[in-house]
Design a binder for this molecule. Structure first.
Ligand SMILES: Cc1cc2nc3c(=O)[nH]c(=O)nc-3n(C[C@H](O)[C@H](O)[C@H](O)COP(=O)(O)OP(=O)(O)OC[C@H]3O[C@@H](n4cnc5c(N)ncnc54)[C@H](O)[C@@H]3O)c2cc1C
Length: 389
């Protein structure tokens, strides 16, 4: 059956844009439908892990990403009793032995530039998607398009997911954070610093352009926090002065997790945050979505993509589950408060971080090298073939 496009992508966030770039490279006809008229100015994700850099390499984009970002090779861990050790990404067994710090807005801008504006319909909010036997129909106010497949990259509140009645039972954690980007006068250079204290966690990451992100645990969810709250909490917990005049932006978040029962229904496929959600503490959500996009781009070019959707479901759901559990565990460990818990954590971390073999493994763990099927190269081809026949 003739359709307007091979694929329609709902949502032009980082995952939708990456998928679009990969489909363009493979010669498929597609459009990205994005409800925003202008990109968001505030960044969520800042950490791009080595498996994602490998995926970007397929598009020849790794160098431009690396030159726009900051290579974080060292992550210093502090506890109540002072510096506990350093987790060195420089030792990890990968051609990119670092986590790249790059604001999500820049990631999106680079992907958009590579893709070309003609492939994105902005100010285009999708109201309804219907999956029929041979095609899908996408409705946007008074217009409609047809495509062989629709990929929902419309984020954790996914309207497409809701529309097809896909279950995504979620759990909201009892941990809350505020974060802000500041002009960086910390003297920390390109290193990340984590402070796990008895009164709450503080995390600090370098950003390009002489900025630094500070993420601070709070007692409760803060909608509008009083000006200077982040600086005040940083100072109370770490004695570091981060002047409020240097603050550029601020936002609050309460992490949650979910992993959809199924990642597709008929010809409608979920990808990125539309399919799964995890605590941002650990920085894996976007990276997990990038690996979904890589997998999907591959199977959408197959002569019979529908036969491979069960494999997409199986491998990507497993990978997301691993990332969700790790993010949850990492957040739980870093946010325990109180003197006894803090002393115990300090002991354990000091022990672990004093052993080279363990810091190397921790580096691989946090760089997502040990997430199952984190790139398509690591999906057993024999399993894929069983779905092809
Ligand atoms: C504080 C914070 C820090 C984070 N740090 C990291 C990190 O360091 N590393 C990491 O990997 N992840 C991180 N994440 C997670 C990361 O931000 C998300 O996983 C990522 O944004 C998901 O991308 P996405 O494209 O799937 O969805 P989104 O970014 O949510 O994009 C969805 C897009 O769909 C559009 N849309 C929605 N509905 C419609 C509709 N009906 N019609 C058309 N368009 C629609 C939206 O406007 C949006 O542009 C962080 C998250 C937070 C909150």
């Amino acid at each position: 059956m003739k359709t307007d496009f091979d694929v329609l992508i709902v949502g032009g966030g980082p995952v939708g844009l990456l998928l679009a770039c990969l489909l363009k490279q493979k010669g498929l006809s597609f459009r990205v439908l994005e409800k925003r008229a202008r990109p968001k100015s505030h960044s969520a994700a800042i950490g791009i892990t080595p498996p994602s850099l490998q995926i970007l390499n397929k598009l020849g984009l790794t160098d431009s990403f690396i030159s726009a970002g900051i290579k974080v090779s060292d992550c210093y861990v502090h506890g109540q009793s002072g510096l506990l050790g350093c987790m060195a990404f420089r030792q990890i067994p990968d051609q990119h032995p670092f986590v790249l710090a790059l604001p999500q807005v820049t990631t999106m801008a680079l992907l958009q530039k590579h893709l070309g504006a003609e492939f994105i319909e902005t100010g285009c909010e999708v109201h309804e998607v219907q999956s029929l036997t041979d095609n899908c129909i996408v409705r946007v106010e008074k217009r409609e398009w047809t495509a062989k497949y629709v990929v929902a990259c419309d984020g954790w509140r996914s309207r497409v997911r809701e529309g097809i009645g896909m279950r995504a039972p979620s759990h909201t954690y009892d941990s809350h954070f505020i974060m802000g980007d500041f002009i960086d006068r910390s003297g920390f250079g390109d290193a990340a610093h984590l402070f796990f204290t008895a009164t709450g966690a503080v995390e600090s990451f370098p950003l390009p352009g002489g900025q630094r992100r500070w993420v601070v645990q709070t007692d409760k969810a803060l909608g509008d926090s009083p000006a200077g709250r982040i600086s005040e909490l940083i100072h109370q917990r770490t004695s570091i002065q981060v002047p409020v005049e240097d603050q550029i932006n601020e936002s609050a978040f309460t992490p949650r997790r979910f992993n959809c029962d199924r990642y597709y229904d008929g010809r409608i496929i979920l990808c990125g945050d539309a399919a799964h959600g995890m605590s941002p503490i650990g920085g894996q959500g976007m990276n997990t979505g990038f690996a979904d996009a890589e997998f999907l781009a591959e199977i959408l070019t197959h002569s019979d993509p529908a036969s491979l959707l069960p494999a997409y479901n199986r491998f990507r759901q497993k990978a997301a589950k691993a990332a969700i559990v790790r993010a949850e565990w990492g957040m739980w460990f870093g946010t325990r408060r109180g003197r006894p818990q803090s002393a115990l954590r300090d002991h354990l971390l000091r022990f672990l971080l004093s052993r080279d073999s363990i810091t190397k493994r921790l580096g691989s763990f946090y760089a997502m090298l040990t997430i199952p099927f984190n790139t398509l190269d690591r999906v057993p081809l024999s399993s894929l073939r069983t779905h092809i026949v």
